[in-house]
Every structure is written in C-alpha cells, then in structure tokens.
Design a protein around this ligand. Structure first.
Ligand SMILES: NC(=O)c1ccc[n+]([C@@H]2O[C@H](COP(=O)([O-])OP(=O)(O)OC[C@H]3O[C@@H](n4cnc5c(N)ncnc54)[C@H](O)[C@@H]3O)[C@@H](O)[C@H]2O)c1
Length: 332
C-alpha cells in the first residue's frame, strides 16, 4: 500500500466538515493541517480531526508542505488559494464552482500546470448514489440514445439564518454558478457538452437584488439532445429531481435509488447503486470523490475530474447568465 497522502484543508466551514470526516475515514489520507481565517473554527476542526490549526494558510503551506490541499473557501477565493497551494508544491482538490469566471478558471489551470501539480474540480454529484447511477445507465446504452435530460432543484436561502456570502454574487457567484454547476455537470455527463443556451433568469430578492434566484435554461447538448435546468433559491418548497429520456428508455432519481423503465416492459425497475460501506457520519459521495483524488495522487496518475471539467461547468453557467440578460441564444 502506498504511503498516506499528507492532506491539508483550507477553509474549515460547512463543506470542510464533510471532507474532513471522509478524509479521517480514508486509509489513503493523513490530515496534517487545517487553516481558516476564523482561527477558532480551524482549532475546533483540528481538535476533532487531527492536524495543526492555522489562521493563515500561507503559514500552513510553508510549515507543513502538504502533498495535497482541499480548498473549501468561498468561490471568490478559489483562484488565489488554488494557485498559492500549487506554487507551494501541493496537488489541489478545489470545491465547486472552480471559480467565478471562465478567465479565472483558465488562469488557475495554467498556474497549476506551470507548477507541475494537479488540479481536481470538486463535483461530488458524480459520486452521489442517484446521479452516479443515472450517468451509468445513460452511458450503458440501456435507454438507447439520450434525447433529453433535466434537473429541477428548488429551495430557499433564508436571510434569517444570518448574513452569508452566498447572497453576494461577487463572492459566491449566485444560483447559476454556485448551485447549478452541480446540475450542469450532471447534464454534461448524461448528454455531452452544452453547445447552445437559451435562458430566463430572474432577480427577485429584495434582500439581495443582484442574486439570480430563479434560473431556467434550455440547452442543446452533445449530438443534439435537449438539456433543461430549473432552479430556484426563493422557493418555499424544496425539491431536487433529475431525469434522462432516451430512445429506448427513461430514468429518474432524486439522490438515492433510480427508477428505470425500458422499451418492451411495463415495469418500473428500481436500480440500487452499489456503494462502499462508510460510517454513518461519513458522506459516501464525498468519501468516493476524495478517495478518487487521493488514489490518483498516490498512483501519480491523472485526477478523475481535471480542472478543465470545472471550467466547462462554469462556462455553461456563465452562458446561462448571459442568455438571461440578453434574451439571446448563446453559443458556448
Ligand atoms: N460539494 C458540495 O456539495 C458543496 C456544498 C456546500 C458548499 N460547497 C462549496 O464549498 C465552498 C465553501 O462553502 P461552505 O458552505 O463550506 O462555506 P462556509 O462559509 O461554511 O465556509 C467557508 C470557510 O472559509 C473560510 N475562509 C474564507 N476566506 C478564507 C481565507 N482567505 N483563508 C482561510 N479561510 C477562509 C471562512 O472563514 C469559512 O469558515 C464553496 O465553494 C461552496 O460552493 C460545496
């Protein structure tokens, strides 16, 4: 067995906890450091998961020289953080969205290459039970040629929960970029690259007028399939479903099991994904994603979701926002 990868985590907020629980369980990782400008958060996380706490990530990189860093800060900081980590000699797994704009993604990708390191785009949906199975079904030929695919994801960001960078598109990117890169990535996996986008985007939050809280897009994908995104961050009812329709079958899921019906049968099959066994507090999707990253680092082989994939997702999200602003169909 290869030696454990010395991993540091940059940002100790909500999603960092998921990574840390997955990394603590992994036989591939040794958590060596955790940095957060909110030092007490870093200290609390280090006390729970191990490693040394830092308020300044530069100190962490200088002192620990981690082999890999998981970047879990708000999107506005991803470019700076990824580039600094790579220049310090670390391979990087960066949370989604890779960055706020396509040029930023390009700068990051080329800076990491120049440093001779690897950059993986966090796209955990590819490892969640339902979406992962949906992708496997779409790519297996079981439903023929993919004709349409869609995602509906609605919920509510409640300002009563306190101020959050998520409402500020200059920090978070907003619904299309911060949320929907998950779903855009899934549709790309189901139907191929997005080629054109038409969209309607509304900005209805009085508390955050620049926040794109309703995003609806129709895309031409792959060999001509239709991809559809429906998202709301101002829906008092929460729901998340995805589906794919092919020439000989159709499949549908939320997060877990997939319902599948194929031509010639009246029955709907429930397809249960095969997942690794993890403790109850470990997010199995996050574990698989982080494990795939660490496996690539250990084996010195390419990471499974290179930065270019994260860039492609951001490019589609940016095209959706542009199409929404102009009312024109945007070519990607
Ligand atoms: N994969 C997923 O399912 C998923 C879910 C939630 C969030 N995310 C992504 O993860 C990232 C973080 O989101 P979150 O919900 O954990 O946010 P969060 O606000 O809970 O945590 C972010 C942390 O980064 C810290 N931070 C900010 N600037 C810093 C700096 N310069 N140096 C060190 N630390 C700094 C903050 O103090 C905070 O603790 C975002 O990109 C978000 O889109 C992904």
């Amino acid at each position: 067995m290869a030696s454990r990868v010395r991993v540091a985590v940059l940002g100790a907020g909500a999603i960092a906890q998921d990574h840390l629980r997955a990394l603590r369980f992994s036989s591939r990782a040794e958590i060596v450091g955790i940095a957060d400008v909110n030092f007490s958060l870093a200290q609390k996380a280090a006390a729970e998961f191990g490693g040394t706490a830092f308020a300044d990530y530069h100190d962490m990189l200088d002192r620990l020289k981690p082999s890999a860093v998981v970047v879990c800060t708000p999107p506005k900081f991803h470019r700076q953080h990824v580039e600094d980590c790579a220049r310090a000699g670390s391979d990087v797994l960066c949370e989604k969205p890779l960055a706020l704009t396509v040029p930023e993604c390009d700068f990051m990708i080329s800076a990491v290459k120049k440093a001779g390191r690897q950059l993986m785009a966090g796209q955990v949906l590819r490892y969640y039970a339902g979406p992962k199975t949906l992708i496997e079904i779409a790519r297996s030929g079981r439903i023929g040629t993919v004709v349409t695919c869609w995602s509906t994801r609605v919920g509510y960001y409640d300002p009563a929960h306190g101020p959050s960078w998520r409402y500020d598109p200059k920090i978070g990117g907003g619904t299309a970029i911060e949320w929907e890169v998950h779903e855009i990535d899934l549709l790309r996996m189901l139907a191929g690259e997005a080629k054109t986008v038409s969209a309607r985007v509304l900005y209805t939050r009085a508390d955050s007028p620049e926040f794109d809280d309703h995003v609806h897009a129709v895309m031409t994908m792959g060999e001509g399939a239709i991809g559809r995104i429906d998202a709301s961050n101002s829906s008092y009812y929460s729901e998340c479903t995805r589906g794919v329709v092919g020439t000989t079958g159709a499949a549908w899921c939320a997060w877990g099991d997939v319902s599948l019906r194929t031509a010639g049968t009246n029955d709907v099959q429930i397809v249960k994904p095969v997942l690794p066994e993890v403790p109850g507090d470990v997010n199995v999707g996050m574990f698989q994603q982080d494990d795939a990253f660490l496996e690539a680092i250990q084996a010195d082989k390419p990471v499974p979701i290179p930065g270019e994939e994260g860039r492609a997702d951001v490019a589609v999200a940016a095209a959706i926002l542009l199409a929404g602003k102009t009312g024109e169909t945007v070519r990607i």
